[in-house]
Design a protein around this ligand. Structure first.
Ligand code: GCW
Length: 644
């Protein structure tokens, strides 16, 4: 059949009867999930016999597993059936990546309890910031007709350990909570359950008013609380393992508790109380800002830190990795580690809203790792964002991590074949945040394309270089948010004249003038540096010690400032932009040489996407440099390719 990328990284080949007779797959349980684990191994496992058992005493494994290979047999042990399923997928991954499966001694315990995808899918099947076609969820056909892709989706997620999904956009339509939709959601939940996946929903805070006809949605009023309790009970009657709610409140025009003079904690706690008897969780987002604020980067911290200790223990504050909005590079959000008595989780974005949509090859694991490994110093050195959120610094009842999905109805799920790697990498890091970006890339390539080293090595290198390349041709040295106002695809550092909102004017972020460029967030500027713990505060505050890849995030820097490599800021800016372009041109050459390793259809797909990426990189470089040059009044160095 035509290769269309639809099989993702799940390209197992079925074993023949002879192989199947050579080994057995034994179970000590017969629940649906364990049966599924057996079915996967029966169909695809070509190694020694496997026996699987659940050991309730092994509770420390959580949803993890142990795999031991001894005397020609493999044993998988887990505390729960889903651990066996994950163990089975791990074996298949090892088989596919050429590991020696005859001597294994593996223990894997997931880094986070809840490993979640957030879909920004609307009920009309458009996807906010989605670049892979319409939503997978065919609401008009549900619950009667079930697309085969629901199960394929669940299997792909289970194979990398994802166990939770929020089906609808955080800009939530209240309608999702009507009985009609609850029954549609139930149909999906029934499929996903077999794969260990729980369903969550984004809730619109005004639902009691819009759906229930109440006069308001004030979280302190009894009628409102009762409405939510009844609604939650209704959901659990149909979906007994419903996960809970994700809420975007008082942000970008969404309703919330502040509409009634209440706090985020008042709002979150009301929902948490309704969910508590059923074991449900509230993910309350910290992505809040007010367009007139002097520095948007400071606002989440300002609003949430004073509420520390006020939230119920089944509320988790969901915080974007950076303080602005999924930019190509941001420092970590200083809210991480700033609330000792409030569970926190990271929200990443897999969909490439600010990274060239599904046109640019940008491997995101290095970006994810940069945040997870960032040291907050909240409890001394080594207090990384990963450790702040995984419960190892401060205990949390449940730990979680989320990312905005890049999945749609496209045959290859994600638009760009290489964007599948970002879904994969997110899942693997949610399972184990210690894995390296490069190791994940390698296992993804081997499973998705081929294990020939002539292919794996150059492709891994290209993936590993790709995020920095995008930073270079879009926003090097700490520049941020100079995107076109509406669509966020191309450059618009000159600003959208009709846009109106001051914080959406790109010059607000880059502040270029004849003296220099960059956003002064030092103690002399917006003082956002003060939200970071020492030593970061001082390191960021001083132009000489601030990491150069964040220089213009924290400083307004003169054009003739001398960089560590001896170039002036202007020359280095030109150099970076051009380097970004040249790197993507190299990607084209690398890919062209790999034609013999790849099927025609995926080869050509990626080849044409790389053409677009190169063209866009040139566009970014030329637009930004020619615009910034009107302030710097300096020539673009002759050794670089010159804007046309
Ligand atoms: O990144 C921005 C997007 C909005 C999005 C918002 C959010 C869902 O531009 O489209 O809305 O963030 O995260 O809430």
């Amino acid at each position: 059949y035509a290769e269309d990328g639809s099989r993702l990284w799940l390209r197992y080949t079925a074993v023949d009867d002879h192989t199947a007779r050579q080994r057995t797959i034994n179970l000590q349980h017969s629940d649906a999930i364990t049966q599924l684990a057996k079915k996967e191994l029966d169909s695809y496992w070509r190694g020694p016999s496997v026996s699987m058992h659940v050991d309730r005493k092994a509770a420390h494994l959580k949803e993890g597993y142990q795999i031991k290979a001894e005397k020609g047999r493999i044993e998988i042990c887990a505390a729960a059936p889903v651990g066996l399923l994950y163990g089975a997928y791990h074996l298949l991954r090892l088989q596919h990546t050429g590991a020696d499966v005859h001597s294994l001694n593996v223990e894997e315990i997931p880094s986070y309890d809840i490993r979640m995808l957030n879909h920004w899918d609307n009920l009309d099947r458009t996807v906010e910031r989605g670049y892979a076609g319409y939503s997978l969820w065919r609401w008009n056909e549900l619950p009667g007709k079930l697309s085969p892709r629901y199960e394929q989706y669940a299997r792909a997620n289970a194979s990398i350990g994802i166990n939770a999904t929020v089906l609808n956009n955080v800009n939530a339509s209240p309608e999702i909570l009507t009985l009609d939709y609850i029954l549609k959601v139930k149909a999906l939940a029934d499929i996903f359950r077999k794969y260990g996946i729980r369903v969550y929903l984004s809730a619109n805070f005004s639902s009691p008013k819009v759906l229930g006809g109440l006069v308001d949605a004030d979280p302190m009023r009894k009628e409102v609380k009762d409405w939510w309790k009844n609604k939650v009970n209704e959901i659990y009657r149909h979906i007994p393992d419903f996960g809970g709610f994700l809420v975007k409140a008082n942000s970008e025009g969404q309703p919330g508790p502040q509409d009634y003079g209440r706090t985020h904690a008042d709002g979150a706690n009301m929902l948490a109380d309704a969910l508590r008897p059923h074991g449900g969780t509230v993910m309350w987002r910290a992505f809040v800002y007010n367009p007139t604020q002097e520095d948007r980067a400071k606002q989440a911290f300002q609003e949430f830190v004073p509420l520390d200790g006020d939230f119920r223990d089944n509320v988790i504050i969901q915080i974007k990795n950076g303080p602005i909005d999924f930019q190509p590079r941001e420092p970590f959000t200083p809210l991480f580690g700033a609330m000792r008595r409030t569970p926190q989780m990271v929200e990443f974005q897999i969909t490439q809203e600010y990274l060239g949509f599904s046109n640019h090859l940008v491997y995101l694991a290095p970006l994810f790792k940069e945040t997870l490994d960032a040291d907050t110093y909240c409890s001394g050195a080594g207090s990384t964002v990963a450790r702040v959120t995984d419960g190892s610094i401060w205990r949390q009842k449940k730990t979680a991590i989320a990312a905005v999905a890049n999945i749609g109805e496209d045959r290859n799920w994600t638009g760009h074949d290489f964007a599948q790697a970002n879904w994969y990498a997110y899942g693997r890091l949610a399972w184990n945040h210690q894995l390296s970006a490069s190791a994940i890339a390698e296992e993804w390539i081997m499973q998705t394309f081929t294990d020939s080293s002539g292919f794996v090595k150059p492709v891994r290198q290209m993936m590993m270089d790709s995020r920095e390349a995008a930073v270079n041709y879009m926003m090097p040295l700490g520049l941020h948010h100079i995107f076109a106002f509406n669509h966020h695809y191309g450059p618009e550092p000159w600003g959208d004249i009709q846009g109106g909102r001051p914080d959406w004017m790109p010059w607000y972020y880059h502040n270029a003038d004849t003296a220099g460029i960059g956003f002064d967030r030092t103690t002399n500027g917006s003082n956002a540096v003060s939200q970071y713990n020492e030593p970061l505060r001082s390191v960021f505050n001083d132009r000489q010690t601030c990491p150069e890849n964040l220089l213009l995030w924290f400083h307004h820097v003169p054009w003739d400032h001398q960089m560590k490599n001896g170039r002036t800021l202007w020359a280095e800016l030109c150099n970076r932009y051009d380097l970004g372009v040249q790197t993507v041109r190299e990607f084209q050459k690398v890919w062209d040489r790999l034609e013999p390793f790849v099927d025609k259809s995926r080869f050509e797909h990626v080849q044409s996407k790389l053409k677009i990426q190169t063209k866009d990189a040139v566009w970014w470089r030329d637009a930004c440099l020619l615009y910034f040059q009107t302030f710097s009044q300096l020539p673009i160095p002759y050794e670089l390719e010159r804007p046309i």
